[in-house]
Design a protein. Structure first.
Length: 70
């Protein structure tokens, strides 16, 4: 159980570092603003759903998991 705590701590720290880098550099370039992402602004309300970005991330993670299983 002690090793699990260390692993969770290291993963959390890595996420904080990656998040800070992405926050300071402005994100992942055009990812999140692709054609097909839904963005609706009416008055003071905004609805944003990055459907194409989600699909691309899903495909990339699926390929990575497939690659590391072999």
């Amino acid at each position: 159980m002690h090793d699990l705590g260390k692993l969770l701590f290291v993963l959390g720290l890595a996420l904080v570092i990656v998040g800070a880098i992405l926050w300071k550099t402005g994100g992942l370039g055009g990812l999140g603003q692709l054609p097909g992402d839904i963005f609706i602004r009416k008055g003071n309300s905004t609805f944003y759903f990055p459907i194409v970005t989600c699909i691309i991330i899903s495909i990339a993670l699926s390929l990575l998991s497939w690659f590391f299983r072999k």
